[in-house]
Ligand binder design. Structure first.
Ligand SMILES: Cc1ncc(COP(=O)(O)O)c(C=O)c1O
Length: 390
């Protein structure tokens, strides 16, 4: 019998792509890295570091939900997104990942499950398993532009399902939740006693205007317990500062009970670090500058990609409306991994769709964050390698 818990028995073998990438790096070969999604490494505007330095930053105030001044700053930020919320209904944490952990503790007994979208960022499998919670997948059909299909959600439920997770907009699929989808989801959650966890970390990064888009579920009158999650990691491009927030909504009695219980969970881990909470108003004031630069970058790179695609290409750029990435649908042969390896030989790093649980075809995922000179230099080898597929 192992001394370790089964919860931490994750596979750690390297796939051929990770091995090839490590080898390339070890040999010191150059790489046009279209897997780079670290916002602090791609030349985007950063806030003044001085924001984090003050005498008060060394203080400690045991407010489990987070300092009121910091929660007021989040409420003011959400108001600029059209969501009127009370700071009393916000809980700060060290990241959205930590918020997920707290919410799974709040909602699930060991062995219960939550419904997660696929394709999606491969984060939930780890976050749930570490809490003794299982996942059941609902597919985002390509025919719906990888949008939410409530029948798929309904079909994925079982007797131990406690919550539905929605990523709005999807990562890497870039589909925003629509009013009609939220309405059907609300009815399903209310009828089945499920909570809604809405991951809105990319919701400020819309590439266009769409009628009927739901930017956030915070501040909405919904018939079920609702948690809306975001944080500095994407909103201000500062994952290293470790600050996330959760807005708790839904019918008043169950919302207040959730807040009381979350307060206890948060208190158990002690509040978020003081310097980042004190700096939060300044960091959120900087966010629009960062977001405007990021959106210009993403739009430019996507335009370069669309322009580089030959009109008779056997691959397509999957339509999307937001986020930091783009998805290519490529020929089934030679397949995702062989294509990624061929691109790596040409000095271009991209991710295969299977990292994100795409099915029903072959896909590549490209980050749109790299500087334009890196992104455009990668396009010639990309187009050339893809021309030999299929
Ligand atoms: C959809 C989604 N949610 C959450 C996270 C994690 O964010 P945080 O740094 O706040 O834990 C990521 C990270 O890439 C993400 O893609």
């Amino acid at each position: 019998m192992s001394v370790f818990s089964a919860r931490t028995d994750f596979p750690r073998t390297w796939n051929p792509l990770a091995r090839a990438l490590a080898e390339r790096r070890a040999r010191g070969l150059p790489l046009l890295d279209l897997t780079e999604t670290n916002p602090t490494r791609v030349g985007l505007p950063a806030p003044e570091p001085v924001l984090l330095a003050s005498v008060e930053a060394l203080g400690y105030a045991p407010e489990p939900q987070g300092l009121l001044s910091a929660r007021q700053a989040v409420a003011a930020y959400l108001a600029t997104r059209g969501a009127r919320v009370s700071p009393e209904h916000l809980v700060l944490s060290a990241s959205t990942s930590e918020s997920y952990g707290w919410l799974f503790k709040l909602l699930c007994e060991p062995g219960d499950n939550v419904l997660v979208p696929a394709p999606s960022y491969p984060l939930f499998e780890y976050l749930t398993r570490l809490e003794g919670v299982e996942t059941r997948t609902y597919r985002l059909p390509r025919a719906h532009g990888f949008g939410l299909d409530v029948d798929e959600v309904a079909a994925a439920r079982d007797a131990r399902t406690r919550a539905v997770l929605v990523v709005n907009p999807g990562n890497p699929t870039g589909h925003f939740l629509q009013e009609g989808e939220l309405e059907s989801l609300g009815a399903l959650c209310a009828e089945s006693g499920l909570a809604l966890l809405s991951d809105e970390v990319f919701s400020d990064f819309a590439w266009d205007a769409e009628p009927g888009r739901v930017p956030t579920v915070a501040g909405r009158e919904l018939p079920m317990l609702t948690f809306s999650l975001s944080g500095l990691s994407k909103v201000a491009g500062l994952p290293g500062l470790k600050l996330g927030w959760t807005h708790v909504g839904g019918p008043a009695a169950v919302r207040d009970e959730a807040l009381a219980r979350l307060e206890l969970v948060a208190d158990t881990y002690l509040p978020v670090n003081t310097p980042v909470q004190l700096a939060l108003p300044g960091l959120l004031a900087h966010a629009p500058l960062f977001q405007a630069a990021l959106l210009a970058r993403v739009r430019d790179n996507r335009r370069l990609l669309l322009e580089a695609r030959p009109s008779d290409a056997r691959w397509d750029v999957v339509p999307a409306h937001g986020g930091w990435s783009t998805v290519l649908r490529i020929p089934l042969e030679p397949g995702e991994e062989a294509t990624c390896l061929a691109l790596l030989d040409e000095g271009v790093g991209v991710q295969p769709g299977y990292f994100y649980d795409f099915t029903g075809g072959a896909f590549l995922v490209l980050s749109l964050l790299p500087p334009p000179e890196v992104f455009s230099a990668a396009l010639e080898p990309l187009v050339r390698v893809l021309a030999t597929s299929g």
